[in-house]
Design a protein around this ligand. Structure first.
Ligand SMILES: Cc1cc2nc3c(=O)[nH]c(=O)nc-3n(C[C@H](O)[C@H](O)[C@H](O)COP(=O)(O)OP(=O)(O)OC[C@H]3O[C@@H](n4cnc5c(N)ncnc54)[C@H](O)[C@@H]3O)c2cc1C
Length: 396
C-alpha cells in the first residue's frame, strides 16, 4: 500500500515529467509538477509547423488539461535553483518548495552555443522557433528562389546529446512542399554536419538509403568539416570555406541545463545528471531522494545511444515503479539501459523511413505514403493517451 501522504515534486513538463506525474498520481502520491511553460510540446510532430502542415496549437497540449486528466498539482513557473542536499527548490517567482519527499528532475537540456548562433533557428529549441522558421521559409517562397542550409552539431563530451533526425525531416518536408508548388528547381537545399557520416548511429543500411534520397532529390551535402561560425548569409567552416545560405536551420547538440550545472547534483562531463540504471541520483555515497529522467539525465550504454522521447517515457514509468517499491521496503527495481534503442519514424512529407537500432540489429524500412500517415497517427495517439482519452498500447 502506497503512503498517500508522500509528496513528489517533478520539475519539467515534457515527455519525462508529464509521464512521471501521470504514473505517480495514479499510484496515489501527492504530485506537484512545475513547468516554465503552460503546455506540453509534442516535439516529434513539430517538424510540420514550418511547412504549414500543422498549426502550432496542434503540437501543444495544455498542461491544465493534463492536470485535470491525472489529478496532479500544477505550478507554471521556472525553476531557478535546486539545492538537492537541503531538499530545496526555488522558483523564478521566489517561491520555495522544500516539503517534498522525492524530487524528479526532468527539465531537458540546454543547447550548445556556437559563435554567430543568433543567425540560425532550430527546430529543436524553444517551441516558438518553429514559427520563426515557418516565417523565414514563407519569405523565401515569396521571393521565388533561395539557398537554404540545414545542419546539426556534435557534443564531443556526450554523443547521446546529438540530434540530427529532425533536421533531415524538415529538409525532406521542405523539398516536398517546394516540389508541390512547382518551384523546387529555384532552391538550393544543403545539409551540413561536422561529422563525416551524420546519422551513422542509425546503421549502415540507413546511411545508404539516405544517400540515395539525397541524390534523387538533388540535395547537397557538406559533411566532415567543423563549424567555425555562423554568419547572416551562411556557415563558415574550419578551413574558412563558406556555405552560402539565405536561411540556416541548425540544431546544436544538447548540453547540461544551467539549473542542473549550477546545482549540487552530480553531473557527467557534459553537465547531464549522473544516474544509475534505476534513474536514482547518488549523493554523498548514498542513494538520495532525487531521480533524474529524460534528456536531463546522463545516459549510459552503447555508443549509438540517443536521448529520445520514448527513452524519457520508459524512465518515467520505471521511476514510478521504483519509488513505489522503495516505499514498500522492497529491493525490486526497473532499469532503463536494457530498453535503450533508437526508434523513429523519419518523415519525408510524402512517406517515411522507419528507423530502428538496438544491440542486435539496425535497419531503415522505407514506407512511402503510409509512413507519413503513421507519424500523423502517432501524434494523435500521443495527445490522446497523455490526456487519458485513449488507452496506451503495450510498449508504446
Ligand atoms: C524536433 C524534434 C523531433 C524529435 N523526434 C523524436 C522522435 O521521433 N522520437 C523520439 O523518441 N524522440 C524524438 N525527439 C526527442 C524527444 O522529443 C526528447 O527526447 C524529449 O522531448 C525529451 O523529453 P524531456 O521531458 O526529457 O525533455 P523536454 O521535452 O525538453 O522537456 C523539458 C521540460 O522542462 C521544462 N523546463 C525547462 N527548463 C525549465 C525550468 N528552468 N523550469 C521549469 N521548467 C523547465 C520545459 O518547458 C519542458 O516542458 C525529438 C526532438 C525534437 C526536438
Amino acid at each position: 500500500m502506497v503512503n498517500k501522504q508522500k509528496k513528489i515534486l517533478i520539475l519539467g513538463g515534457g515527455f519525462a515529467g508529464v509521464d512521471a506525474a501521470g504514473y505517480l498520481s495514479k499510484a496515489g502520491y501527492d504530485v506537484t509538477l512545475v513547468s516554465d511553460r503552460d503546455y506540453f510540446y509534442i516535439y516529434p510532430t513539430s517538424i510540420w509547423v514550418p511547412t504549414r502542415e500543422v498549426e502550432f496549437k496542434d503540437v501543444c497540449v495544455d498542461l491544465k488539461e493534463l492536470q485535470a486528466a491525472h489529478g496532479f498539482k500544477l505550478v507554471v513557473d521556472g525553476v531557478s535553483t535546486i539545492e538537492a542536499k537541503s531538499n530545496r527548490v526555488t522558483l523564478q517567482s521566489g517561491k520555495v518548495i522544500d516539503d517534498y519527499d522525492y524530487l524528479v528532475v526532468a527539465i531537458g537540456a540546454k543547447k550548445m552555443q556556437h559563435p554567430g548562433i543568433e543567425h540560425t533557428l532550430s527546430i529543436c529549441a524553444a517551441p516558438e522557433q518553429s514559427l520563426e522558421i515557418r516565417d523565414a521559409i514563407d519569405k523565401l517562397i515569396a521571393k521565388g528562389s533561395g539557398k537554404i542550409a540545414f545542419g546539426f552539431g556534435g557534443n564531443p563530451k556526450d554523443s547521446s546529446a546529438v540530434r540530427g533526425g529532425p533536421g533531415f525531416e524538415l529538409m525532406f518536408n521542405l523539398h516536398n512542399l517546394l516540389k508541390k508548388k512547382g518551384i523546387r528547381k529555384n532552391y538550393e537545399l544543403t545539409f551540413f554536419a561536422p561529422m563525416p557520416q551524420p546519422g551513422a548511429r542509425m546503421g549502415e543500411q540507413a546511411l545508404a538509403m539516405m544517400d540515395k534520397m539525397f541524390a534523387k532529390q538533388e540535395l547537397y551535402k557538406q559533411f566532415g568539416k567543423k563549424i567555425k561560425r555562423f554568419e547572416k548569409d551562411g556557415v563558415v567552416f574550419e578551413d574558412d570555406s563558406k556555405l552560402e545560405s539565405d536561411f540556416t536551420m541548425f540544431i546544436p547538440a544538447g548540453t547540461g541545463h544551467d539549473v542542473v550545472t549550477q546545482s549540487d547534483l552530480p553531473v557527467n562531463e557534459a553537465g547531464f545528471v549522473s544516474i544509475n540504471d534505476y534513474c536514482e541520483v547518488t549523493m554523498d555515497s548514498n542513494i538520495s531522494n532525487v531521480y533524474a529522467i529524460g534528456d536531463t539525465a546522463a545516459l549510459e550504454g552503447p555508443d549509438w545511444r540517443a536521448k529520445q522521447g520514448h527513452v524519457a517515457e520508459v524512465m518515467a514509468k520505471n521511476i514510478a515503479y521504483n519509488i513505489q517499491e522503495r516505499d514498500k521496503g522492497s529491493n525490486a527495481r526497473k532499469g532503463y539501459i536494457k530498453h535503450l534503442n533508437i526508434l523513429c519514424v523519419m518523415d519525408t512529407g510524402d512517406g517515411a523511413g522507419f528507423v530502428f537500432r538496438d544491440d542486435k540489429k539496425a535497419f531503415m524500412l522505407p514506407m512511402p505514403i503510409i509512413g507519413h500517415m503513421m507519424k500523423k497517427g502517432w501524434g494523435w495517439y500521443c495527445r490522446n493517451t497523455k490526456l487519458r482519452k485513449f488507452p496506451r498500447l503495450p510498449r508504446m
